[in-house]
Design a protein around this ligand. Structure first.
Ligand code: ATP
Ligand code: MG
Ligand code: MG
Ligand code: MG
Length: 366
């Protein structure tokens, strides 16, 4: 029989729509001779539905973003020892049957942050991607930075702004931020797709910093403020080795943010003419360093399956790791699959590789 793969998408984070686009790409590329897809949408309100519409609708059309509607049959989420989902149909219910692997194609909190991974562990499900801890640590830019520092991974300066400090010690926090000097980026500590991020040209402009922190806090009570790294933006894909050795690293991509954007914000990412150069045109030794640091970052965070590591190649000639994403954007036009295509792994093979790493995953502690 075919291998049954539950593809889970949507979710409760602001990256709901991007996750839908990712799922549209994966579902249409999956090798249907080998795999049977069970498409499961998580609506914004958190309900799980069996997605019965045409996956072709999971795409950006004329700048309109897709989403999961709660109209499909609702699913009961099992909490222990069962990958057997129950379909609820009015007063009756039926078993959907078990599945062999799960692709949680979810971005952001409650999807890419260890929470749903914890549910999969409880279910003994074999899922693609990072486990509970690696997902949580990679999603939280403050803990992520601490792990970078602990492993000697080069990264820019920052100030953590937890809720308690913002409410209780604001003056000291603003002084620490001013000490970063120059331009700063203010981010929700746990987010993605640049949602809630602002660029503030002067770290000592208290009013502008305060407005940016408040904007980030609309998404997360925990905020991080980072010194801007002037330079070029580069990304690199990482995949767990199927042989158990060091992870495989793709060719890096350089990001070219479309004209008229101040940085790679949500609109520049998905709704503009921003482009990629793959492989990035950088000195060979810089490419080698980026690829080495990508693998080190993957291992420092304890990642599994896949990840995309975001870099700056600073005007000072140094390489900085910006952040890691444990479920990178995976639409056919996203950087992650394109970097792998350029490295000899086409989109369908990449999806296959994700499923294979999930199937090999032993439930429980690894
Ligand atoms: P995603 O997960 O979609 O990659 P994110 O929401 O986790 O994005 P970041 O990648 O941290 O956000 O930042 C988004 C963008 O903001 C970067 O791609 C870059 O353009 C800009 N940026 C962020 N931090 C810095 C920095 N310290 N220096 C210069 N530019 C920055
Ligand atoms: Mg990110
Ligand atoms: Mg992300
Ligand atoms: Mg990023």
């Amino acid at each position: 029989r075919k291998i049954r793969v539950a593809v889970i998408f949507g979710g409760r984070s602001p990256e709901h729509e991007i996750s839908c686009v990712t799922a549209g790409g994966v579902i249409s590329a999956i090798d249907t001779d080998r795999y049977e897809v069970v498409p499961i949408g998580i609506a914004r309100d958190g309900s799980w539905v069996l997605y019965s519409a045409d996956p072709g609708q999971l795409a950006i059309v004329d700048g309109r973003l897709p989403e999961v509607h709660t109209s499909g049959p609702e699913l009961a989420v099992p909490f222990s020892g069962a990958t057997d989902l129950i379909v609820l149909e009015g007063d009756s219910s039926r078993r959907l049957g078990g599945f062999d692997a799960v692709l949680p194609l979810l971005h952001g909190p409650l999807g890419e942050d260890g929470t749903i991974q914890g549910l999969f562990e409880m279910m003994d499900a074999r899922y693609a991607g990072a486990g509970v801890f690696a997902s949580a640590a990679s999603m939280d830019k403050v803990f992520m930075k601490a792990l970078f520092t602990g492993h000697g991974i080069p990264t820019g300066d920052y100030v953590a702004v937890p809720d308690r400090m913002w409410r209780g010690e604001r003056k000291r926090v603003l002084d620490d931020i001013a000490d970063l000097g120059g331009t700063v980026f203010v981010k929700p500590a746990r987010g993605g797709s640049s949602v809630g991020i602002s660029k503030v040209p002067d770290a000592s402009d208290t009013d502008a910093v305060t407005a940016a922190v408040e904007a980030a806090r609309r998404h997360d009570p925990k905020v991080i403020v980072e010194a801007a790294v002037p330079g070029r933006e580069v990304e690199c894909g990482v995949l767990e080795s199927l042989e158990g050795g060091a992870p495989d690293v793709s060719q890096p991509a350089e990001i070219h943010v479309a004209d008229g954007f101040d940085f790679y914000d949500f609109e520049a990412k998905y709704l503009s003419t921003s482009g990629l150069t793959i492989p990035a045109e950088l000195p060979v030794e810089v490419v080698a360093e980026i690829r080495r640091e990508a693998a080190r970052t993957f291992e420092a965070l304890g990642c599994e399956g896949l990840a995309r590591v975001d870099f700056f190649y600073g005007d000072d000639g140094r390489v900085y790791v910006n952040e890691i994403n444990t479920m990178p954007g995976f639409t056919p036009s996203s950087a992650f699959p394109q970097m792998w295509a350029e490295s000899g792994l086409d989109y369908t093979s990449l999806v296959d590789r994700m499923i294979q790493t999930a199937l090999r995953r032993a439930p429980g502690l690894r």
